[in-house]
Ligand binder design. Structure first.
Ligand code: PLP
Length: 219
């Protein structure tokens, strides 16, 4: 069985190769290690390997892991955002990938101000139209970007999407290019898209940060 560090290196290599294949600079594509199903020792192994960006999807688990790991980890929150957990999440996370309502944008900015934090955030857009899983619809995206632009403390880093599970190659390209088109329209450069099963399509469509869990840590 291979170690998380070895898995991380091979995913990083695959990302670099994929970026070069589409004439992109590999340095433009960050790799977020999604540690939501990993224990402290696995995260520590990657930390010792030089990895600093980790993603968690539960406020309590994030807090627990952050308390038990070095302070220079850059924690990303990727889970469903609940307004009553924002304050707690901001204690540890610098980046939030899953802001999916106008109310959450405003609350995030207000609480960031109160806590003296300047988090970065991504607006989650449901390009596929599966809004039951969260995310702004395509129709709501323009207004969401406008409201995000009014934030004083939280900073819009880009747009995020999740493709439906088991989507075909063609459909993945359609979803990811759809997100890129919205970003381009608003001159937004950050694109959080691509996971273990679809990061190659995401990179070919302009992803700037892929969120990879199982391909690094296993199931
Ligand atoms: C779990 C999760 C990931 C990682 O998914 P894998 O398929 O394990 O790589 C990425 N993004 C979000 C929002 C997740 O919840």
């Amino acid at each position: 069985m291979s170690s998380c560090a070895a898995n991380f290196s091979s995913i990083r290599q695959a990302i670099d190769d994929c970026a070069k294949d589409v004439s992109r600079d590999p340095a433009e594509v960050r790799l977020l290690a999604v540690s939501k199903n990993a224990d402290i020792s696995a995260i520590r192994e990657l930390y010792d390997h030089g990895v600093r960006d980790f993603g968690e999807n539960r406020a309590a688990v994030l807090q627990e892991k952050a308390a038990n790991l070095p302070d220079d980890i850059n924690w990303h929150f990727i889970g469903t955002l609940q307004s009553n957990k924002i304050r707690r999440i901001l204690q540890s996370a610098n980046v939030i990938h899953s802001v999916d309502s106008l109310d959450l944008i405003k609350k995030l900015d207000r609480i960031a101000g109160e806590e003296g934090k300047t988090p970065e955030f991504y607006l989650e857009i449901s390009v596929s139209g599966e809004t039951s899983k969260g995310g702004f619809s395509l129709e709501e995206a323009d207004l969401a970007v406008a409201v995000a632009g009014e934030c004083r403390y939280a900073k819009l880093a880009g747009l995020m999407t999740m493709a439906p599970l088991a989507a075909s190659h063609e459909y993945l390209v359609e979803i990811f290019s759809g997100l890129r088109a919205i970003a381009k329209k608003h001159s937004i450069s950050g694109l959080s898209m691509g996971m273990s099963g679809d990061f190659k399509e995401a990179i070919s469509c302009g992803s700037t940060i892929v969120r990879v869990g199982t391909a690094i840590f296993g199931k």
